[in-house]
Every structure is written in structure tokens, then in C-alpha cells.
Write a new protein. Sequence first.
Length: 466
Amino acid sequence: MAKNTERKVNTMWGGRFFSEPSNTMEKINSSIGIDHRLAGQDIKGSIAHVKMLAHQEIIPREVSETIIDGLKTIENEIMAGEFKFEVSLEDVHMNIENRLHDLVGSDAGFLHTARSRNDQVATDFRMWIRESLDELVMLISRCMMAFLGIAENHYDTIMPGFTHMQSAQPITLGHHMLAYVEMLSRDKERFGEARNRLNECPLGAAALAGTSFPIDRFMTAQALGFDKPMANSIDAVSDRDFALDFVSGAAICATHLSRFAEELVIWSSDQFRFIQISESFSTGSSIMPQKRNPDAAELIRAKVSLISGGLVSLLTLLKGLPLAYSKDLQEDKEIIFRVHDNLCLLLNVMAEMLPEIKVNKEVLKDSASSKFITATDLADYLVSNFKYSFRQSHHAVGELVRKAENLGCDLKDLDINHFKEIEPNIDDGIFEVLAVRHSIKSRKSYGGTDPSQVKARITEWKKRLT
């Protein structure tokens, strides 16, 4: 039978094929539209790999140097935007290797010695996520500083604290802002822990079983900034726990941002008027000229669905995969890149929007004077001064609240005789106990809303972040 000289099978793997892929197969099989973002990591990994091959005398040193020169040329072409990625070459690895063949000829064929695309992509992907984690930690720190800025300016600004979206106890705005600083600090910790866990190198695991060549995996791991090589070649090419760590941490961080975005939407409404979002992060209405919409906050809240959806997508992608590598894993990059891009955007928007927020201190203060907001202080007072059990005290104050409701007034507006009905020894000092400012200053327990506690925590966080 005559040899088919017209076939267009990918020369990187097509030795056993005579028929070229269909156009539809090419569309579903190609990932270059997504994984071209790994080009920098791919070149770094290839340079480390080929240096190791030469050091171990697996390939000639002069071949190694030729390949490295070619890879650096490709890197410059990519950085200059001159590199042409070909869909027919499937992925970033084959595009780079094909271009290397154009530049250095048959010596390029030595590059893939003792490795597979399976360990190659796992290494590239870990390096990319490692760099992204470092980036996100910096962005989170910037966002924390923005929250700290409001906390410092309003460490003693009175506002109502809420449970069940009902006024519960008076707090300070600074204290409220510090809650988000604490949340974001845990996000940083999660990303740091994820970075530590992923920092093992898959390179050298080859397809799944390792290689018969006398490679030095510790050398490549060290060259690429990993702590050590992964200890099991099957796990090395099939593991995506590091991607799950990334996206789960991102989903938690995004959820924190969404919670505050929701508060911004509520607080900026005409019904609350606690704050005003700057025009830079608001939009108008096409029909209602008076409108000023908190669209930036609403979009933060909305885009979190893409991030948390990424976590569900990746879990679903992985749940049915047998060991070791399957082509399904090609789809993990698109999920991670989308999650990364959206979280970076949300953190940047929040960090820039926060310093421009105008706080309506008087509205906050008036809202903190709502009926019965210091009822807990009265209950604590009875326990501290008259040896009530807390349950006795709770019941007695509940009766006073019901009496005040019937009279259409607040606790502080009751006559002293109403208080004496539950405890004859109560005197006029009870009205000081019921004052909002007194309530806030009394919360001196560690982590409480007392302004001195808030200031101390702000100082501590500023030192840690700077």
C-alpha cells in the first residue's frame, strides 16, 4: 500500500496515525485558547529539565545549550506578542516544542526525553497557581489596609450591631470593619497553607510510572523553587488537590467580600443612609434621573457566584476520574483562570472603593438609639449588682420591655418606679447604664467593641501588615 504523504497528523504524537483529526475533534481537543497562559511556566520548566538532562549526561551538553537558547528566543517572542499559537498543535506544550523545532532543528527532539505532557502540565500548573497565590496574598493585604483605614477613622463611631438584621446591641463602626480584617487574614492564611502544600514538583514522573532514564528530580525541583519532588509518580500526574485548595480558598475569600458588598447595598439605601458610595463606584438609571445605584457592590456580590461555581465545577470534574491522567484534567485550567481573574478584580474593586465611602455618622448614631438596644446592659446590671441569675434577669427585663412597648417608649424613657417594681434598690444610676455610649465602653473584654479595644487591635494589625 502506498504511503499517505498528505496526512496532517500532529507530528509530536502522530506516528501511529494516518487519519488527521476531524475539525470537530480539533475544536474539542485543543486547549491552546486557555492554556497559553502557562507559556512562561512551561519554558521555565523546560529549561530546568534540559539542564538536568545534560547534567546527568542523558543528552549532550551542546544540545542542551542549543535548546535553551531556542527556548529563550521563544520566551522573548511570547513577551513581545510575536508568537503565533496554533490550534492544530493542541496545547501550549506542543506549540512551544514545534516552534523550537523551527528554530533549532532536530535537536529540539531531545527536549521531551524522560518526561510526558502529564508531568509537564502538572508542573506548569503548580507553578502558575503558586505565583497566583502570592499575588492574591498581596491583594488581600491591600484590601485589609482599606478596611483598617475606615476602622481607624471610625474606631469610636457609634452604630447599631445587628443579629437577624434586627438592632441588637450598640457597637462601633471600627469594630465592625475589624471583623472583615479578621476574615481576610484567615483567607491569607488559607492561601499560605495552600502554597506550602502544593510546593512539591511533579516533573520527572513522566506519564505515570516514572522513567528509566537516570534523572535527578531533586535538581529540577530545586531549580523551579519547589521544596522537593513528589514521592509518587501516579499521584504526581493525577493530583489536583492544589487546584481545589486554590479555588476553595478563593470561594471563601469571595464570600467574605460578598457579605460586605451586601452590607454596602443595604447601608447605602434610602432606608438606611448609613453610608454613601462615591460616584466613581456608582451608576445612574437610564430612566430615573435621581437614581444612584451601588453597582460595584452588586457586581462583587454577583461575581462570587462564578467563583463558588468554579469550586463545584472542579469537584465535579474530579469526582469520577480513575488514576492516573485523563483528558478531563485539561478542563481544570479554564476553571482556575476564571476564578483567579474574578477574585483579583473583586479585591481590587473593594480596595479602591472603600477609601471613597462617606460615612454618615449622625445617621449611624441615631440608628443606634433605637428602642431597647441596651436591654442586655440592663440584664447584666441586675446580675452584677443584685445577684440575679441571668435567666431571672432576662425574664425581668423582658417584662420591662413589654411595659415600654405598651407605653410606646424606650427603656430609658420609663419612670424610675417602673424599674423599682422589679428591683426596689435600683436608683437613678440605671439611666446611665442604659446610655448607648456607656454600653459601648463597658464592652472591654478582649475583642470587644470598647473603643480602647478597637484602637489596640487596629495598632496591632497595622504593625502586622506593614
